[in-house]
Design a protein around this ligand. Structure first.
Ligand code: SAM
Length: 222
């Protein structure tokens, strides 16, 4: 299997040490999960050699797999625990999903583009990840049958936090989402405390848009 080649493992360990731990990611479970998932399996074959570059990469259909550092930062901000149920909006390649599946009890992931979802599902099968539920559709509406979630992560940019997502957040749960305009966003982390939602911001990011009647419509760039 490609992901088990010694050279690939070495590159992955180096990515974790220099791009993640070296830049302040401290959560050992997050670092271990990212050291265990072969990022090259989540890329089109012609880009596999770039899997451990410090960069986002195209995955087809005009979408991207996020830079490893951003995956690490968002996962650390979400801080999933072993018994948690986590919702992810924007399956994309499935890389972030696979990391979450290593950390949480069950991951629910929603993607709007059928081709990407089919490819991601095939990768989950190859990796033997059996704790992932997938759905095709608009993730901004959440997944009410699976709620409440201890963690919700949105891997596409929105102008604000879609209301269904905060409604589906469990007490104590965290929601991580890039909020801003089409050009740039800030990473927003909401936590449901005893007196309501507490917000913190964790710096600038740049994501593809969350396309939904609850976020960005397609018209501005169609
Ligand atoms: N987390 C992904 C990974 O590890 O490869 C990267 C996600 S990519 C930056 C954003 C994804 O969100 C795209 O695949 C896009 O099709 C998807 N997306 C955009 N709007 C969506 C929506 N309303 N519901 C579900 N998925 C959406």
């Amino acid at each position: 299997m490609r992901g088990l080649a010694p050279e690939t493992r070495r590159l992955r360990r180096r990515m974790v040490a220099s791009q993640l731990a070296g830049r302040g990611i401290r959560n050992c479970r997050v670092l271990a999960a990212m050291a265990s998932v072969p990022r090259e399996w989540f890329l089109p074959p012609h880009l596999a050699a770039e899997a451990y570059d410090d960069a986002p990469l195209p995955i087809g259909s005009g979408q991207t797999i996020s830079q490893p550092l951003i995956v690490g930062l968002m996962t650390e901000a979400l801080a999933p625990r072993r018994h948690d149920r986590v919702l992810e909006i924007g399956t994309g390649s499935g890389y972030q999903t696979a990391i979450l599946a290593r950390l949480a009890d069950r991951v629910y992931t929603i993607e709007r583009l059928p081709d990407l979802l089919v490819e991601a599902e095939e990768r989950f099968r190859r990796l033997g990840l059996t704790n992932i539920e997938t759905r095709l559709g608009d993730g901004a509406a959440g997944w009410s049958e699976g709620a409440p979630f201890q963690g919700i992560i949105v891997t596409a940019a929105a102008p604000g936090v879609p209301a269904p997502l905060t409604e589906q957040l469990a007490p104590g749960g965290r929601l991580v989402i890039p909020v801003g305009d089409l050009a740039s966003q800030e990473l927003v982390i909401l936590q449901r405390g005893s007196t309501g939602l507490v917000e913190r911001r964790a710096g600038g990011v740049r994501f593809v848009p969350l396309i939904s009647r609850l976020a960005f419509t397609e018209e501005p760039w169609a």
